[in-house]
Design a protein around this ligand. Structure first.
Ligand SMILES: *Cc1c(COP(=O)(O)O)cnc(C)c1O
Length: 213
């Protein structure tokens, strides 16, 4: 689906929920796509943030386009935190040990990483993220970790044929973020971004819908 159609759907979903469409940003997930495709399917429509989930691949693309706004959305080992500096936002901090490693590195380098904590709302065994019961304590701990700037929460909903089946996941993440006073909610992918926007997403991470079909 062409990017303007994704934007139109985001806007319609926001209006249905009585939200300002300008409060939702599209993060174009560019993993596995080359620069020419990204120009053709994303950047010709505007300067959208670009989401990558593998450090090696992201590093090559960032080297080509250092001026773009890059977001990291994938799982990360602690020994890779040194590569996170070019990313404007890290969506996928999924353990306290990773947050600590990033804080230590950033302190040495003198910068302030902006992060989200990933929550495994549906408690899927194969998924990354904090258990919902751990989130309050994790947020408290991360708030003590200078120089991290904790901006919000992120989740990946279970795969579902009907996105209505996962509405509760988005609603639950939004409830947690509200309760914790966190402004950013990264939720919604190609199959479920409209429901996520209705439930309060401020960042939707869309890949396939932009590049396929
Ligand atoms: C790949 C990916 C997306 C995008 O998924 P699509 O189904 O391609 O829209 C979003 N978030 C994360 C963390 C991803 O890895």
């Amino acid at each position: 689906m062409p990017l303007p159609e994704v934007l139109a759907r985001i806007e319609a979903a926001a209006r249905r929920a009585g939200r300002d469409p300008a409060s939702v940003r599209l993060v174009a997930v560019t993993k596995g796509r080359d620069l020419a495709e990204i120009e053709r399917k994303v950047l010709r429509y505007g300067d959208f943030p670009l989401g990558e989930n593998r450090i090696q691949e992201a590093r090559a693309k960032i080297a080509a386009w250092p001026e773009r706004e890059w977001h990291f959305i994938g799982p990360l080992q602690r020994n890779k935190v040194r590569y996170l500096r070019p990313f404007r936002l890290v969506h996928s901090v999924d353990s306290l040990r990773l947050a600590e490693a990033l804080a230590a590195r950033a302190k040495r380098e003198g910068y302030r990483p902006r992060i989200l904590l990933e929550v495994n709302v549906a408690r899927e065994p194969q998924k990354h993220g904090f258990d919902p019961d751990e989130v309050d304590a994790a947020v408290q701990a991360v708030r003590q970790l200078e120089p991290l700037e904790l901006r919000g929460l992120m989740t990946m909903a279970p795969l579902a044929e009907d996105p209505e089946e996962v509405r509760w996941v988005f609603r639950e993440l939004a409830r947690m973020a509200r309760h914790l006073g966190l402004p950013e909610l990264s939720m919604g992918m190609s199959g479920d971004f409209e429901v996520a926007v209705e439930e309060g997403a401020t960042l939707v991470r869309v890949g396939r819908a932009l590049f396929e079909g």
